[in-house]
Design a protein around this ligand. Structure first.
Ligand code: SF4
Ligand code: FES
Length: 149
């Protein structure tokens, strides 16, 4: 398990768990001023507003990125309430993306913490079962196979 990284700025702290990052680059595309792997300190929350950083982190499909606000966000009138239940999306040539209210249990029935988002490996190659660690690209996993026969 790789070490959890933490990046603080006034109003918000972003954490990054490299062991479950699926290398989708959503964060890099969404907010390049904050997420830039060319920089040694690759997450710089101070480079955008707290709301912008929070919104970008919310798009991380694996849950590798998370944040804690110093003060809770004020609910926006008319904003959509999170729906109960969970969505499972089969990403193309990649993991199962879970989002919503769900629990992941190990073989002994012990809950594995996920907090609303997770990317589960379906190529079989991950080094961090049951989570995707990006290995599907290295092993050339294709989710669509030609029918046999
Ligand atoms: S999984 Fe999350 S942290 Fe990893 S590259 Fe994608 S958006 Fe960024
Ligand atoms: S699906 Fe990503 S490592 Fe298996």
């Amino acid at each position: 398990m790789k070490r959890l990284q933490s990046y603080g700025a006034p109003g918000i702290t972003v954490t990054f768990d490299p062991s479950v990052c699926i290398h989708s680059a959503v964060c890099l595309r969404t907010l390049p001023a904050v997420f830039d792997v060319r920089q040694r300190r690759w997450v710089r929350p101070e480079a955008a507003t707290v709301d912008q950083v929070a919104a970008a982190v919310d798009l991380c499909p694996s849950g590798a990125l998370r944040y804690t606000r110093e003060t809770p966000a004020v609910p926006v009138e008319g904003a959509e309430e999170p729906q109960p239940g969970a969505t499972i999306e089969l990403s193309r040539n990649g993991p199962l993306l879970l989002q919503g209210t769900f629990r992941v249990l190990d073989e002994d029935g012990v809950v594995i913490p996920t907090a609303g988002r997770a990317a589960l490996c379906r190529c079989g190659g991950t080094g961090n079962q049951p989570f995707c660690d990006g290995t599907h690209k290295a092993v050339g996993f294709h989710s669509r196979r030609d029918p046999v026969g």
